[in-house]
Design a protein. Structure first.
Ligand code: ZN
Length: 185
């Protein structure tokens, strides 16, 4: 849970620290606005992906299921600046499937907290393996990091791509290539 008062106090100190006048009109409600914003941005910390992934259906269809272009927004934990982009999630069912929106919900759970893209990719894959017990999972994230494009090396448009594969996707290049083809289409 976000401690609203603590965040407000911290934002006041940050504003003072960068030399701002916290009494000027434009900044008067900024600490409160930011505290409320963090409640939303960090809401995934209080959520469990299992709540979404436990609603499974039996299915005899055991071909790859891909949900692609899931837009997400997260916060890099090194700079507390946004990174955002698309997630592509595929799995091979083993008699159990989950509602497609639940894959997007799972991405949200791990996006809405301070994150590292590599870690987030693995967490999504592990949650699906744990709760759905599929034959395999592969997750790919493509994201632009504001800490890379707005400051530091300043490379606008550059993307960081991360992949996590589990089960049958781990060493099967035929399956992996099928996934990449479907993501590209
Ligand atoms: Zn960063």
């Amino acid at each position: 849970m976000v401690d609203h008062e603590k965040v407000k106090e911290a934002v006041r100190m940050l504003l003072e620290g960068i030399g701002e006048d916290i009494s000027r009109e434009g900044l008067r409600d900024t600490p409160d606005r930011i505290a409320r914003m963090y409640e939303e941005i960090c809401s995934g910390m209080d959520e469990d992906a299992g709540e979404h992934l436990s609603k499974v259906f039996t299915s005899s269809q055991n071909e790859m299921v891909l949900e692609k272009d899931i837009v997400f927004y997260s916060m890099c934990e090194h700079h507390m600046m946004p990174f955002y982009g698309k997630a592509h999630v595929a799995y091979i069912p083993d008699g159990k499937v989950v509602g497609l929106s639940k894959l997007a919900r799972t991405v949200e759970v791990y996006a809405k907290r301070l994150q590292i893209q590599e870690q987030m990719t693995g967490q999504i894959a592990d949650a699906i393996m744990e709760h759905l017990n599929p034959k395999g999972v592969i997750v790919m994230l493509e994201a632009e990091h504001m800490c890379m494009t707005m400051r530091g090396v300043k490379k606008p448009g550059s993307k960081t791509v991360t992949i996590a594969s589990r089960g049958e996707f781990k060493d099967n290049t035929v399956l992996q290539n099928q996934f990449f083809q479907m993501v590209k289409q």
